[in-house]
Write a protein that binds this ligand. Structure first.
Ligand code: PEP
Ligand code: MN
Length: 352
């Protein structure tokens, strides 16, 4: 995949905002007044990228499904009168065409859309030859392949300013979160696509405004490139996602309290520890090699004496001895069991 890191200007005074992408705005554009009032307050905080959904993908029919294209001129006012950039969610090629015609600065593809390869492909094709930054939210289910597939479809259409958003995943059970995060997925995504811009949407993860600061801090601690936060001038009157939106004042307090950590320690703070860990790892590798060599010798002996390779009773003995010894030294039984299952499986392979 070919992409450049996404850059969005920020004039926000808070430390955390200087090097991070901050996108803020209401879940939905509801009226011209609500859009202008919210955007003005966010602009006064120095936020440069305004979000607002005008086509809303609702789980259940019958709810507020967005104001549709009549909201586009409101976003043009935000651009012209407040000097902000604007972004909207597009769910199909028709939305994209209207958004582009109206001059939006960026688009995002929502979680329900990135879940569908047909829908994502339709948007990807409509994006061919269009030079606009695109953010793809994770699909609603925790499937890294599907997530990467959606990114690849957009990338193949020639979009180079491509980023992605972790907004959590649907869960059947009731949890603390509305869409529980699974941080290992964006971490793995970063490993597979080094350099891709990854933003966190703490609002949809949280579902409740009081969780938004902690989720935001967690994302920053993991090195996310920015935050997309829902902010509404009057959240209690919001037509969608009322319980997770922050007022611009609450957002300002949160941003002033977020802590930005150093990416790399300034002096070599960990040098001694890292050398120690490297020595431990070398000991582990040496012991494993020795163990596998003994296994191969035993395999030879079993073959000569016509004895089965797998000795189940012995396997139980090996795992329980390791668990007993390791737990006495403070290691977790679950970890030891997983580790020795792997070692035992490899040992059997060596004897076959
Ligand atoms: C939104 O950003 O308002 C939205 C609908 O998000 P998601 O696609 O993450 O549910
Ligand atoms: Mn929302």
């Amino acid at each position: 995949m070919d992409f450049k890191p996404l850059h969005i200007e920020n004039r926000c005074q808070f430390l955390v905002c200087k090097s991070k992408i901050i996108i803020a705005g209401p879940c939905s554009a509801e009226s011209e007044e609500q859009v202008m009032l919210t955007a003005r307050k966010l602009r006064d905080l120095g936020i440069c990228m305004f979000r607002a959904g005008i086509w809303k993908p609702r789980t259940n029919p019958g709810g507020f499904e967005g104001v549709g294209e009549q909201g586009l001129p409101w976003l043009q006012r935000v651009q012209k009168e407040l000097g902000m950039q604007v972004c909207v969610e597009v769910g199909n090629a028709n939305h994209l065409e209207k958004a582009l015609k109206s001059g939006v600065d960026m688009i995002w593809i929502g979680a329900r859309t990135s879940t569908s390869p047909f829908a994502t492909q339709e948007i990807a094709e409509a994006l061919r030859g269009v030079d606009i930054p695109v953010l793809v939210k994770n699909p609603i289910n925790a499937d890294l392949g599907l997530w990467m597939g959606a990114l690849e479809r957009i990338s193949r259409s020639g979009v180079t300013r491509l980023g992605t958003i972790h907004r959590g995943f649907s869960a059947y059970e009731k949890t603390l979160y509305r869409y529980p995060p699974q941080w290992q997925l964006p971490i793995e995504l970063r490993r597979r696509l080094p350099g891709i811009t990854i933003i966190c949407d703490p609002s949809h993860i949280s579902g409740r405004r009081k969780l938004v600061p902690a989720v935001s801090q967690h994302a920053l601690d993991l090195g996310f490139d920015g935050l997309m936060i829902e902010s509404h001038c009057c959240p209690e009157k919001a037509l969608t996602d009322a319980s997770q939106q922050l007022t611009p004042d609450e957002l300002s307090i949160m941003l002033s309290q977020l802590i930005l950590r150093d990416e790399v320690p300034s002096e070599d703070l960990f040098a001694g520890y890292r050398e120690h860990i490297d020595r431990c790892d070398a000991t582990i590798v040496k012991a494993l090699a020795e163990r596998m060599q003994v296994s191969r010798q035993m395999g030879e002996l079993k073959r000569k004496n016509n004895i089965l390779v797998l000795q189940s009773a012995r396997y139980e003995e090996v795992v329980s001895a390791a668990v007993a010894e390791g737990t006495a030294k403070g290691l977790s039984a679950d970890f030891l069991r997983k580790l020795f299952e792997l070692i035992h499986a490899e040992s059997i392979d060596q004897q076959l």
